[in-house]
Write a new protein. Structure first.
Lengths: 658, 675
């Protein structure tokens, strides 16, 4: 997360660092002087400090620090170099946003229904924190509706939901602007400072917890009005922070295009008058990309939520990041007149976030095959990007394995599949190497131009890595992205096809020493392929789906059986398409990795798959490793010691059995 | 009906105390017993050992914090387990009242036994492989915290088939119970086993040369197999004595008086069918053939898992040798009471029942000098300590004296003919205190778990609190229940139509009593009882509200998620697809569309018998298919399958209260509690 202030010539960003022996990340706020290149740390003394945002006049930086225990908003004054704590919220704070006039800060903080606003502004004392933890560990949980478990909670969701608050930047009690027992997210100030626009599921049934609408509330408090109708504002799978046009006339937001039933619909950008009214699409019929989202799977970086849609300095355009053919490029849509979208900055890289453009310059976060995410300064006129941070200089000393691009036609002729083969380290002509087909999750994300540490480690162990974007992946158009194709066998053939093409193209791949691996949907595919195909000699199934019946009830995104007249028929249907039903056909060394706090693909599925394979093959090497204190996102943002252990398990398994 | 403050309620769990483990000295003149009580500060239970005069029950010394007190075979020396530095260790109390810590095991001691001469103690202690070099260096509290923290944060590697149990609240932690020996005079201790296989419940041979114990020899086996082992202390040789014995460790193995044989309990079957019983078997200490030592016509067996009673803490073993060595004393639930029996070890030995009075036995010490001690409870009397002598007994305690001021539920026993005419079903009807004839009451049928367990006449606060809230409580032991012989306990009948017919026959008989409103019937049950609850509400509209506790509803997902899911799978796994599709038929979630009554689900999140996902299956299916019917799931964090029996006090209380409130709401129209 970063913020840029052109007039002050400063960039502030969060730098996160993990350590193999430490369950928590160290997060620092770095202030960079663009003129001198000098960097300094802004700190309140916390172990985790992040999310810096400049006061609009550039004279101060608000950031989040856990210096006092919970995450609170602190303010750093650039003139005095002093920090002071602004909020005292009982359960912590996230997403501070300055009002355009710099007088107030809006933020998000948890609140339980009926909770007293004043007592929520008394910080937890250490003793209270322990008592609260014990209470949460021991108090029975009453469940009466959908949405009772959550990924972030790694279990049952707390009574507290996320609410919108505003506080005077000089201090004093905060004012709560939202009510009810649902979440309120992604706040934006109107340029006149009178309103705050946010997203919420407050008017949705709990089953649609990921369905967001756009709302507006007076910044001084008052009635909340719903602005968007009949669309799902982009929150899941890819969140898009709404923004205002610089003149304050329009709100620009992303929403899932209506009218798609079986597929993940494309995300389009819309503009709406600032006080509500009809939403107009900014997208023409044909686009140089698929939609307004970039759901890249493998571009390593930490730092939470990035803003990906910003108005241009001149106010004529909106920039956004979209995934297309493996890249995350910046595109530009017209804000006025006829809809038009054109590529803005293109290349073999992936942009992940955009800071608000100012006087022709914008700071953007970007990674590629040889570099984890760094900040770049993009010139709006020349469209050139200059790197401004070098967070991992040591990577330059490492020999990174190159990736070779490959395209194949699908067997059914319906599409083409793009992919890459990462060469093993110390590649020598005449030798052959084992290779692992690593299937991405989703199925909607895509592999692109991003550095993934784990693949480099596999390469360093002498194992090639095969990556591709089979049917179901985004970034190749609606037809390719078909959810149906991801599960009807098309994707299965795409993966086998691509593997064969890799073996055929690169003679140094030993076709007899292939492994299969993947997480989530990739884990599901690993389970499926290991049971259905003889191609692979070892498998690592990560956070997989093994039984859709388990996901139906135990996932935080509960399923629906409404398409079936008989529940027994539904059960039979789900079982037949579940990999665990074919576990007796799995006869290759099989490793299962799963986090116990995974609420997306519940760990019960791992237990069942493990038991089914072990039960039917007593002598086959089958191993399950369960990771505590982590959820579905372990390999991206979980505790570093567990991530390292997860990588090592995968790599060691393939070293042993390939 | 107005609530009366002198009636029992779930909140009385906060003051109910539980006598547990008993021991009497070699002369039968002193008794030590554990008394458990809830502790509101820690939300746990604590136990204190009371030392009383065997004749009067009056205290003879200050109580000790601890549990599992055992007098030395001679004299007044007492060993007991007490927490020291965070771990349970063996302590000794001398006749003069002086106490000292005897063991310093790294992770404490699970259980122990005296040698006959009282000079040594053999114990079972959990150890990790990495502790084997220093098993007698206790962890300092800070070390222990660091150790627990490290374990909480470490990935858990699983490579065995049997890797998680309900008893361990999930995946086993890697510790292995090991055996060790300590000299009580010098305090010198040594390990006897190396942690290669789990060894537990050790016992000394009469001459002190051999240790018998249970071991779990094969980890890959699809069953929780345990067998009898012996260890010769002089030669160090270890020998497995039984193979595929169906042994079940209800108590430590016992040596016969001459030391030539070892007696243990095991499941037995008869070739002519019927269900399983637990019976006593013996095997030569030198190894050899195992033989059943029960009379050929024994149809009672041992233990039979008496249920429906307020109890906490470890009770004495179900079978024990009399100090004279002539009899094995044991308890068994039979026809509604947990009774005391003894088996003569003489050739052609017979079984006779030892009188203990009305109701059900909890713990007992076999007779010394013709005096025996036991704890017993009855429908309207919580567990008390008694002293027995030649058929006469005398009450020595007044535990839970506060209950005397409370009106308790009335009760009557019914024997009801089964629909198929095969026999009779025993059961009880509990009526609300202040019961008024001529009125009609709502009633709740409570189906027990198992199914191989038996409701007995005993004191149960749960049933008392339900009755006190104005509900009639119906309890019965349908086919599949233990305690009525092999024919009755046949498992096939429990999973078939017979058990349902039996339950319905019992409800009909209860309705015939004339005071139950047939339009206000509820049904509940735990485990198998929860399974039956869901099965029944999916095919009958007779019940107007239901509560499924720790239930099994979908065996296509319980396979591999619970700890026993795969035991019922075929030995050689056939086609898993066929196997799972076959299970759809016996997963009574499949009838969710036919459910018409409000359903409450109570489930521990660390239940690994019927895993928590079973409750989620039912909850989501109800939300999905029956959105207009109230459904509520209460999750009990980190509680296992025993949440309502051994769970934390808060969990037990809320469990009890939720169930009562649900039935009051839907059978008596009382407003929903906003809690």
């Amino acid at each position: 997360m970063a913020d840029y202030h052109r007039a002050a010539g400063l960039v502030a960003y969060t730098l996160s660092q993990g350590h193999e022996n430490c369950m928590d990340y160290r997060r620092q706020v770095i202030l960079k002087d663009m003129a001198t290149g000098r960097e300094s740390v802004i700190t309140a003394g916390g172990e985790s400090e992040q999310n810096p945002v400049f006061r609009p006049d550039g004279g101060a930086v608000a950031f989040i620090s856990n210096a006092g225990g919970e995450n609170q908003v602190w303010i750093f004054c650039l003139q005095t170099k002093q920090v002071k704590q602004l909020t005292n919220m009982r359960y912590g704070v996230k997403s501070p946003v300055w009002s355009p006039q710099g007088k107030k800060i809006a933020f998000l903080s948890p609140c339980a229904p009926g909770a007293d606003v004043e007592s929520l502004q008394i910080p937890l004392q250490p003793g209270e924190r322990m008592a609260l933890a014990k209470k949460r560990e021991e108090e029975p949980v009453v469940i009466t509706d959908y949405g009772y478990k959550g990924e972030e909670a790694m279990g049952f969701v707390q009574k507290e939901t996320t609410h919108l608050w505003v506080v005077d930047a000089e201090g004093g009690p905060a004012l709560r602007l939202s009510d009810g027992d649902r979440d309120h997210l992604m706040p934006s100030w109107s340029p006149d400072g009178r309103h705050i626009v946010f997203c919420s599921n407050r008017n949705r049934p709990r089953q649609e917890s990921i369905g967001m609408d756009l709302f507006r509330v007076p910044a001084a408090g008052g009635e909340i009005s719903q602005l968007s109708r009949d669309v799902w504002v982009a929150w899941y799978p890819v969140a898009i922070q709404p923004c205002f046009s610089p003149d304050g006339k329009y709100i620009v937001f992303g929403a899932l295009a209506p009218g798609m039933k079986k597929n993940m619909p494309p995300t389009h950008l819309y503009k709406m008058p600032a006080d509500g009214g009809e939403a107009v699409s900014l997208f023409p019929e044909t686009l140089p990309c698929h939609d307004a989202s970039c759901f890249i799977y493998n571009c390593q970086g930490l730092g939470g939520f990035y803003t990906t849609v910003q108005p241009s300095s001149c106010g004529e355009y909106v920039y956004f990041i979209a995934g297309w053919h493996g890249a995350g490029n910046i595109y530009r849509a017209n804000l006025h007149g006829d809809p038009q979208v054109v590529p803005f900055v293109e290349g073999e890289f992936a942009f992940r976030g955009l800071c608000r453009p100012q006087q022709g310059k914008m700071v953007a976060a970007r990674g590629d095959f040889s570099q984890s995410i760094e900040l770049f300064l993009v010139d709006e006129a020349s469209r050139s990007a200059a790197q401004i941070t070098h967070s991992n200089p040591w990577l330059k000393d490492k020999a990174l394995a190159p990736a070779h691009e490959l395209w194949i036609d699908t067997l059914d002729g319906e599409s083409r599949v793009q992919g890459w083969v990462i060469e093993p380290q110390d590649w020598r002509p005449g030798q052959t190497y084992p290779a692992v087909l690593y299937v991405h999750g989703g199925p909607t994300p895509f592999y692109g131009y991003g550095l993934t540490y784990e693949y480099q480690c596999l390469a360093a162990a002498g194992i090639a890595v095969i990556l591709c974007n089979p049917r179901g992946s985004s970034g190749y158009g609606m037809k390719h992205q078909s959810m149906q194709r991801a599960f009807d066998g098309s994707s299965y053939y795409d993966l086998l096809q691509f593997t064969q093409a890799a073996v055929d193209t690169f003679a140094w791949i030993d076709g007899e020493r292939l492994g299969i691996c993947g997480g989530s949907y990739g884990g599901y595919m690993t389970n499926w392929i290991a049971a259905q195909s003889q191609r692979f000699k070892a498998a690592v199934s990560q956070r997989s789906i093994s039984n859709f019946m388990i996901s139906y009830a135990s996932s935080d995104m509960a399923g629906s059986s409404k398409a079936f007249d008989s529940f027994a028929d539904f059960m039979r249907h789900e079982i037949k398409r579940s990999p665990v039903a074919y576990a007796d056909q799995i006869d290759i060394p099989f490793l299962i990795l799963h986090s116990t706090g995974d609420m997306r693909t519940p760990v019960e599925g791992a237990h069942q798959l493990y038991t089914a394979i072990k039960d039917s093959h007593p002598d086959l090497p089958v191993r399950m490793v369960l990771f505590p204190n982590s959820n579905h996102n372990l390999v991206n943002s979980g505790p570093m010691p567990l991530r390292v252990a997860h990588y090592k398990e995968t790599i060691e398994w393939f070293k042993k059995y390939l | 009906m107005a609530k009366n403050s002198s009636w029992l309620a779930a909140s009385d769990l906060d003051r109910l105390v539980y006598p547990a483990w008993l021991s009497c000295n070699g002369e039968g003149t002193s008794v030590a017993y554990s008394l458990f009580e809830p502790d509101a500060d820690t939300n746990g239970f604590s136990s204190v050992i009371h030392l009383v005069d065997g004749a009067t029950g009056l205290a003879v010394a200050d109580p000790l914090r601890g549990d599992i007190a055992q007098f030395a075979p001679q004299g007044h020396r007492l060993a007991y387990l007490a927490t020291s530095g965070g771990e349970k260790q063996i302590w000794l109390r001398e006749g003069d009242g002086a106490v000292r810590q005897l063991t310093h095991l790294r992770h404490g001691v699970n259980n122990y036994a005296w040698s006959k001469d009282g000079s040594r103690i053999v114990f079972e202690a959990p150890l990790w492989q990495e502790d084997m070099d220093e098993p007698f260096t206790p962890l300092m509290p800070a070390e222990k915290d660091a150790c627990l923290e490290a374990r909480r944060n470490s990935p858990v590697v699983i490579e065995e088939l049997m890797y998680k149990f309900d008893e361990t609240y999930g995946v086993v932690d890697g510790s292995v119970p090991c055996l060790g020996l300590v000299d009580i005079h010098t305090g010198q201790a040594r390990l006897l086993t190396d942690g290669e296989i789990p060894c537990y419940m050790p016992a000394f041979s009469p001459d002190g040369q051999v240790i018998a114990f249970y071991g779990r020899p094969y980890s890959h086996h699809k069953a929780k197999v345990e067998e009898v082992f012996v260890l010769n202390l002089s030669t160090g040789s270890l020998q497995q004595l039984t193979f595929d014995s169906m042994c079940t460790s209800l108590g430590p193995p016992i040596f016969t008086g001459d030391g030539d044989h070892i007696i243990f309990s095991a499941y037995t079957r008869k070739e002519d069918g019927g269900g399983i019983l637990v019976q006593l078997l013996k095997v030569p200490t030198e190894g050899g053939e195992v033989c059943n030592i029960m009379p050929a016509d024994d149809d009672i067996g041992l233990d039979n898992l008496p249920t429906g009673r307020s109890s906490h803490g470890t009770l004495n073993p179900v079978f024990q040798l009399s100090p004279c060595g002539e009899f094995v004393y044991y308890t068994a639930a039979y026809q509604g009471s947990n009774k005391l029996y003894r088996l003569s070890l003489s050739p052609g030995g017979a079984v006779e029942q030892i009188p203990t009075g009305q109701g059900s036995l909890h713990a007992f010490c076999p007779p010394v000098n013709n005096t025996y001690f036991f704890t017993r409870a009855d429908m309207s009397q919580p567990c008390q300590l008694y002293r027995g002598q030649k058929g006469h007994f005398q009450r020595l305690s007044d535990f839970n004296a506060w209950i005397q001021g409370h009106a308790l539920a009335g009760w009557q026993e019914l024997w009801v003919k089964t629909k198929d005419g095969a026999g009779q079903i025993q059961g009880w009807v509990l009526t609300p205190p202040g019961f008024v004839g001529g009125q009609k009451y709502p009633a709740v049928l409570n189906v027990h778990g198992g199914p191989t367990v038996s409701f007995v006449r005993d004191f149960n606060l749960e049933f008392q609190a339900q009755a006190a809230s104005g509900l009639v409580v119906l309890l019965c032991n349908p086919r599949g229940s233990s305690g009525y012989g092999r024919a009755h306990t046949d498992m096939a009948l429990a999973w078939g139509q017979e058990a349902i017919d039996d339950l319905f026959s019992f409800v009909d008989a209860a309705l015939n009593l004339g005071f139950i409103d047939s339009d206000r019937l509820g049904i509940t049950g735990g485990s198998y009882g929860g399974y039956m609850t869901i099965k029944i509400i999916g095919r009958s509209t007779r019940f107007k509200a239901a509560c499924a506790q720790r239930a099994l509803c979908n065996t296509t997902t319980s396979y591999g998620t619970g700890d026993m899911g795969f035991l019922s799978a075929a030995k050689e796994m056939p086609d898993i697809l066929d196997f799972l599709l076959g299970r759809v038929k016996t997963s009574y979630i499949n009838q969710v569309d036919n459910i018409h009554c409000p359903l409450l689900l109570l489930h521990g999140t660390h239940d690994y018998r019927c895993s928590f996902e079973q409750a989620e299956q039912m909850f989501i299916a109800m939300k999905d298919r029956r959105p207009d019917i109230p459904v509520r799931l209460v999750a009990f964090p980190s509680e296992n399958h025993n949440v309502s029996r051994t769970g934390r006090p808060l969990s037990q209380r809320i469990h009890m209260q939720e169930l009562i409130d649900w039935f009051l709401r839907f059978l008596k129209g009382e407003a929903e509690d906003n809690a």
